[in-house]
Write a protein that binds this ligand. Structure first.
Ligand SMILES: CC(C)(COP(=O)(O)OP(=O)(O)OC[C@H]1O[C@@H](n2cnc3c(N)ncnc32)[C@H](O)[C@@H]1OP(=O)(O)O)[C@@H](O)C(=O)NCCC(=O)NCCS
Length: 389
């Protein structure tokens, strides 16, 4: 198998692969797909594995921004992992995923995430379960009880608001010290904001994207930076309650709407889990945000057979909201031979806020427990995503 960058000439073969993996694709979805992936081809973000001239597998590295404790950093979102049916179960998936991780590093992304259709392949390459997309379903009537307490100016938005949406996400996720959510680049936001079946409203510190889904309303994204805007946007959705039966909404794990509802007896919650990997430990630790209240240091030993630059003993220091990683010489006194050991999966999960107690009982961390409280305090997070990709 040869692995190389895909070009526009390969897109028909890619679409055939996608159909065999995920089912039929409508003509309008094919058109959107082509618009969406064209820029990624030139950027080295679409890889193919070829058996002679035949495309056997593909992966896409989507250029996202991801916030960790309110601080944005570039992230490779891995999507469209597809192996042709006749090549499955022979190691092709793992082969192209290894090249994909290498490519993410070359592109300068220190972290990566993906929504797994199956766990073992990604886990074997250092990705670990870390966060989720949270889906809430509740009677539409429940939202009608949310009253506006202040007049909030809302206006309809469209593709020309893409830059404003991105700027707003930076303001709101930063102020909320959010962990996990992502943003697309302006080109992709323009595509999302031109869908004529979606209803889009923008406030100074929030926006909502929602649509009909049969007899129900589906809230794709609702972001609000203040209680007034949260009330205004949710009650706007609630005005559909005379027709809509239920509202299905993507929410954050501690979404304020759950505290704005008058009644909370009939909602249900579901999760779509995503996995996460630290690609470049040093850069990832520096680029993450931390609680300014945490000050301390910890030493960890990381095992990462795939990314040699991550392997070794590291001193992690946290101070005033910043973090830094310094490699220590193994064997020296400073190297702390008894430092707690984490696999690549373990370190990735720790970075994403999985508590050390879980990592130890889940077999992802062993050894000295001295630094556990500092690690837990520094990396504390309940990561989520509003977007599925
Ligand atoms: C999932 C997929 C990408 C795996 O590719 P592949 O070439 O068949 O995988 P590999 O042969 O490299 O196997 C890698 C590991 O994944 C495991 N694996 C492969 N397919 C699996 C499946 N359907 N369910 C569970 N595990 C699976 C293999 O057993 C192997 O683990 P092991 O070495 O511990 O046994 C491929 O089957 C595919 O394209 N499926 C349809 C589309 C899809 O689900 N894409 C993933 C989207 S996130």
């Amino acid at each position: 198998m040869d692995i190389r960058d895909l070009t526009a000439d390969d897109l028909d073969a890619v679409l055939d692969l996608r159909k065999r993996a995920f089912g039929p694709i409508s003509a309008s979805d094919v058109a959107t797909f082509r618009k969406m992936v064209n820029p990624t081809l030139a950027a080295g973000r679409y890889l193919g594995a070829f058996d002679g001239g035949r495309l056997a597998a593909a992966t896409r590295l989507r250029p996202f921004t991801q916030w960790w404790h309110g601080k944005p950093q570039p992230m490779s979102g891995i999507a469209g992992v597809t192996v042709s049916p006749e090549d499955r179960g022979r190691g092709v998936g793992r082969l192209i995923m290894r090249a994909t991780i290498e490519r993410a590093a070359e592109l300068g992304d220190a972290v990566s995430a993906l929504y797994p259709a199956t766990t073992p392949i990604y886990r074997s390459l250092g990705y670990e379960h870390a966060g989720a997309q949270h889906l809430m379903s509740l009677p539409a009537e429940a939202l009608r009880t949310i009253r506006q307490t202040k007049d909030v100016k809302l206006r309809r938005m469209g593709p020309d608001d893409a830059a404003e949406v991105i700027a707003l996400l930076h303001r709101v996720h930063g102020a909320a010290r959010a962990s996990g959510p992502i943003s697309y680049g302006e080109d992709i936001w323009r595509l999302w904001l031109e869908d004529e079946d979606d209803f889009l409203y923008l406030a100074d510190d929030g926006f909502v994207i929602y649509r009909w889904d049969g007899p129900d309303i589906e809230v794709d994204t609702l972001v609000a930076g203040s209680v007034e805007t949260a009330r205004a946007l949710w009650s706007l959705v609630g005005t559909s309650s005379s027709i809509a039966k239920r509202v299905k909404a993507v929410v954050t794990p501690d979404d304020p709407v759950l505290w704005l509802l008058r009644e909370r007896s009939k909602e249900t919650a579901d999760q779509v889990r995503w996995m996460f990997r630290v690609i470049d430990l040093d850069a990832a630790v520096t680029r993450r945000g931390y609680s300014a209240a945490v000050r301390g240091a910890a030493v960890v030993r990381v095992e990462d057979p795939l990314r040699a630059g991550n392997a070794g003993v590291w001193r992690l220091e946290f101070d005033g909201g910043s973090g830094a990683a310094t490699r220590l010489d193994t064997g020296s006194q400073q190297g702390e031979a008894d430092a707690p050991a984490l696999s690549a999966n373990g370190f990735s999960a720790l970075y994403a806020g999985v508590p050390t107690a879980t990592l130890r009982r889940g077999g992802l961390m062993t050894g000295d427990e001295r630094h556990d409280e500092v690690l837990d305090a520094a990396f504390h997070a309940r990561p989520y995503m509003l977007d599925y990709f």
